[in-house]
Write a protein that binds this ligand. Sequence first.
Ligand SMILES: CC(C)(COP(=O)(O)OP(=O)(O)OC[C@H]1O[C@@H](n2cnc3c(N)ncnc32)[C@H](O)[C@@H]1OP(=O)(O)O)[C@@H](O)C(=O)NCCC(=O)NCCS
Length: 213
Amino acid sequence: MEKLTEKSMRDLTLRKNSTADNSEAPASKYSLPERTALITERLHLRRAQRGDAKTLFSNYTSDVDCSHFLQRKPHSTVSQTDSMLQKFCDEAWNVSGTPFSWVIAKRETDEPIGLFLAFPDGHKTDFHYGIGKRFWGQGLASEAGKATLEALWKSPNTQRIWTFCDPENIGSKRVLEKLGLTHEGILRKWAVLPAFGPEARDCHVFGATRVKE
Ligand SMILES: CC(C)(COP(=O)(O)OP(=O)(O)OC[C@H]1O[C@@H](n2cnc3c(N)ncnc32)[C@H](O)[C@@H]1OP(=O)(O)O)[C@@H](O)C(=O)NCCC(=O)NCCS
């Protein structure tokens, strides 16, 4: 469930010269081990780049079904998506300890299709993710999650990675199981999901911990 507090976001366009892909950048420029571009068989997980907002809005952030189990409403304007990308997928990439996000893009075309957000909080990090409806059922969320979790474990402080999901979100529960997370229990009245109204909902919590070597 994406935790995006839109009211706190500035309505900015992505910086003109903002570059997304740091895969070929010198390591010294991007010193945070987990905030790096990732390549999988079919995906390119990366920083935001110019032009992403419009396509991501169309593919994912504006979609009612994609937002059904999220803590935000569907975006109604491209600028909301642009602001989110600016904050989480660009500015945060060089700032340790802040929430940040990968843009999930198709590897072949670099088309942005979803987001994978990470919220570091001391020794633990929770994550939230989603991809556009057109891309469901192809194993892409699992593929993205495997790569991003591996990257998150590279942060030396991280001892716990976790998330929660709505009991009715069968697809997400399955993805989390496939990623090797353990179903740890139920958090009562944990999240308000706008699609379900103001009443907080019980959520399933899934987690993994670093094994002490
Ligand atoms: C949940 C979501 C990320 C799943 O993405 P996806 O790319 O379709 O997932 P995958 O293809 O990797 O599927 C992984 C497994 O889940 C199963 N699955 C996915 N969606 C399912 C659904 N709606 N019902 C039942 N099973 C489902 C797949 O069959 C697969 O299982 P298998 O490998 O045993 O066959 C996607 O539906 C989505 O983005 N939803 C909107 C945002 C959201 O709800 N995010 C999660 C918030 S907690």
